[in-house]
Design a protein around this ligand. Structure first.
Ligand code: GLN
Length: 233
């Protein structure tokens, strides 16, 4: 159709610091599993976008408040969020992990009594920590980005954190001095999804899903994941 309407240039937000899903390479270009998936799909489906990296909380809020079209940021699909967002095909299985400083003598959740737990604003890890806060008697301190949060634990300002298990494990593998307490068993296992505001940007969502099905089918998705997490991931 020669008269097909041109697709808009979308505004897509992401988490500025969320390796291996979203992060800057040494040239300052955004890369990672999410960003390679998104770029590949956009090229296949013929849409363009401007990427806006920010805190995860701002990334989701921007979409909820119509300041951006979509978010691709290791965002967990939850029933609560489905009231506000429409999610694309689930693209990565994740879950919550908790971690302490390497060498810490914290052995179980009971040892968190009176301690401070670092959580990331607006995340499912934060929600989970808050849901068990009374039971285990810890304080919480909020951060907007994962790096600053990890450093708070490593510098002994806080004693533990709850966040996405594969993301914390990736940080540990790359030298962050934390120890994951539940390496084999994610709490609240669930999926990541690309999200638009509920009832909005249906074309973008359909394009994403169409492209995602194609890259799952032809092996591109597996190659992208393996590049960052190894073939066994
Ligand atoms: N998966 C978590 C969530 O959706 C954390 C995402 C993130 O910090 N980028 O809340």
């Amino acid at each position: 159709n020669a008269h097909a309407a041109e697709k808009p240039n979308y505004v897509i937000t992401t988490d500025a610091t969320y390796p291996p899903f979203d992060f800057q390479d040494k040239n300052g270009q955004y890369t990672g599993i999410d960003q390679e998936i998104l770029k590949t799909i956009a090229e296949r489906e013929g849409f363009t976008y401007t990427l806006k990296p920010m805190s995860f909380n701002s990334a989701t809020q921007s979409v909820a408040s119509d300041q951006a079209d979509a978010v691709m940021a290791g965002m967990s699909i939850t029933d609560e969020r489905k009231n506000v967002f429409d999610f694309g095909t689930p693209y990565y299985r994740s879950g919550i992990g908790w971690a302490v400083k390497k060498g810490s003598n914290i052995k179980s959740l009971k040892d968190l009594k009176g301690k401070t737990v670092a959580i990331k604003t607006g995340t499912s890890g934060a929600d989970y920590a808050l849901s068990i806060q009374k039971k285990y008697g810890f304080k919480v301190v909020y951060f907007n980005d994962s790096d600053t949060l990890y450093n708070d634990v490593i510098n002994d300002n806080s004693q533990a954190t709850f966040g996405d298990l594969p993301v914390i494990q990736y940080a540990v593998k790359n030298g962050t001095a934390l120890k994951v307490m539940n390496p084999k068993s994610p709490i609240q296992a669930g999926w990541y999804g690309f999200a638009v505001k509920k009832g909005k940007n249906a074309q973008l969502l359909a394009d994403f899903n169409k492209g995602f099905a194609a890259i799952k089918e032809d092996g591109t998705y597996d190659k992208i994941v393996a590049k960052y997490l190894g073939a066994s991931a």
